[in-house]
Design a protein around this ligand. Structure first.
Ligand code: 5AD
Ligand code: SF4
Length: 431
């Protein structure tokens, strides 16, 4: 048996793509997973290109792999940076054996047999490909519901690395969910760049179905106890979707609402399709319908043309919504994107200072918010053993909660009262 070492950077889509790579290589080829780089016969790095930093990291990382690997071991570069840089990767790092773009994952069994293969077609349609099965967790199952993204936000490289959006046929998704749930995964995590745009286009004909319909279908599977999804787009959060989210007891009450900016002028330049008012209206409606909802967001600071006043609108939305989690980023100009060409780029130091101000404001808010959680009761799905005799899991509204306990709790849902609230994790006791 040959050994496969795989490293995954980036988002949940990449995590699932890596699971597909592992599945194909362990079931259709003669590979076995290893955590030890030095004994690997094949080293795969699944890359992200959404910001510049991970791209830099790629070349230092594969340089290191090349130094420590076994002499005959192959190195493959997969994922978004593979799509974006293609054969340039082999030119710059000639020891790389193949380059396999996101959306070409099903070709993994072919590229390992060729020398210097480059498969980076962003029009390649994998929406009906039946991948072999592999899941990193027995307790939850990631399932792709669409590939690609049609939004073309002006800062984002993803439409150039994952191509146009195609929905995966609902019967395939339901079949996969049933199989995973029957084998013990009580939680189904639906994945796509823009999940609530589901159903706009299928590669095998038209169907009359949207994301809300898909959520209903999955919740009818008896063994499925929890449904999560990422990422939805604020533009497509219509009332019907919010009502289903609020009323369906199997849908976990945490929503990712990527704001990007609180300024309507900047949102227009980003081509996000919504205004500050629309975003606030949706978030407030959500809080009103689901008082204990957990709202997380992505924010970019220092987008070209962002003034102090624009940034103040972002802080205003942060204050009004009270996000439980913020992923904040300094704008990073990306090749192939319109915003990289805008003439009014923001000075890097100004952007860094804004990022710090945003993060400081949020930390203060989190301290106040977390104190209010003392004494609250949440339903937790236990998934992981932690040092010190703890077992941890996520509450329905996506908070990490740990309690004293052992293996018997793994894979179980139980109610927990919070005794020690913290910014990132809460400690509780079973009730
Ligand atoms: N610069 C900074 N952050 C970006 N993101 C996407 N593109 C860029 C960029 N060019 C962020 C967005 C997105 C998250 C996944 O990454 O906030 O929601
Ligand atoms: Fe990028 Fe926008 Fe697509 Fe999200 S929706 S991946 S931000 S283009």
């Amino acid at each position: 048996m040959k050994k496969l070492y795989i490293e995954t950077l980036g988002c949940a889509m990449n995590v699932r793509d890596s699971e597909h790579i592992i599945a194909e290589l362990t079931q259709k080829e003669d590979y076995q997973l290893t955590q030890n780089l030095k004994e690997a016969d094949l080293i795969v790095i699944n890359t992200c290109s959404v910001r510049e930093k991970p791209v830099h990291k790629l070349f230092s990382e594969i340089g290191y792999f090349n130094k420590v690997k076994k002499p005959q071991a192959k190195i493959g570069v997969c994922g978004c940076t593979a799509s974006h840089l293609g054969e340039e990767i082999i030119k710059k790092a000639p020891y790389v054996s193949f380059v396999l773009g996101a959306r070409n994952v099903s070709k993994i069994t072919q590229v390992i047999k060729k020398e210097k293969a480059v498969e980076v077609d962003i029009d390649y349609d994998e929406s009906t490909y039946a991948f072999s099965e592999f899941r990193s967790s027995v307790y939850k199952a990631f399932i792709n519901i669409s590939i690609g993204c049609d939004k073309k936000c002006t800062f984002c490289i993803v439409p150039n690395t994952r191509g146009e959006e195609i929905s995966i046929p609902p019967e395939l998704i339901v079949q996969e969910a049933k199989k995973a749930a029957k084998s013990g995964a009580k939680e189904i995590f639906l994945l796509g760049q823009n999940v609530n745009n589901y159903g706009r286009r299928f590669s095998d004909g038209k169907r009359d179905i949207d994301f809300t319909d898909l959520l209903k279908m999955i919740s009818e599977i008896e063994e499925v106890k929890r449904i999560r999804f990422t990422s939805p787009h604020p533009l497509h959060m219509d009332d019907r979707f919010l009502e289903e989210f609020a009323s369906n007891p199997k849908i976990c009450k945490s929503m990712h609402m990527p704001l990007q900016s609180g300024s309507s002028a900047i949102l227009r330049r980003m081509k996000r399709g919504y205004t500050k008012e629309w975003f606030l209206d949706r978030a407030m409606k959500l809080r009103q319908m689901v008082p204990d909802v957990h709202i997380s967001t992505d924010i970019i600071v220092g987008f070209p043309g962002e003034s102090e006043e624009d940034f103040a609108h972002t802080l205003d939305v942060v204050q009004k919504v009270g996000f439980e989690q913020i992923f904040s980023f300094k704008y990073s100009p990306r090749p192939l994107t319109p915003a990289a060409e805008y003439k009014d780029q923001v000075d890097s130091e100004v952007a860094s200072r804004r990022l710090t101000r945003l993060q400081e404001l949020h930390m203060q808010m989190l301290d106040e918010m977390s104190q209010k959680k003392r004494g609250k009761i949440y339903e937790v799905y236990f998934e992981e053993l932690k040092p010190g005799g703890y077992v941890a899991g996520r509450s329905d509204n996506n908070q990490i909660v740990k309690v004293k306990g052992s293996e018997e709790l793994l894979g179980k849902l139980a109610n927990v009262r919070i005794i020690k609230p913290g910014r990132l994790a809460l400690e509780g006791e079973l009730v």
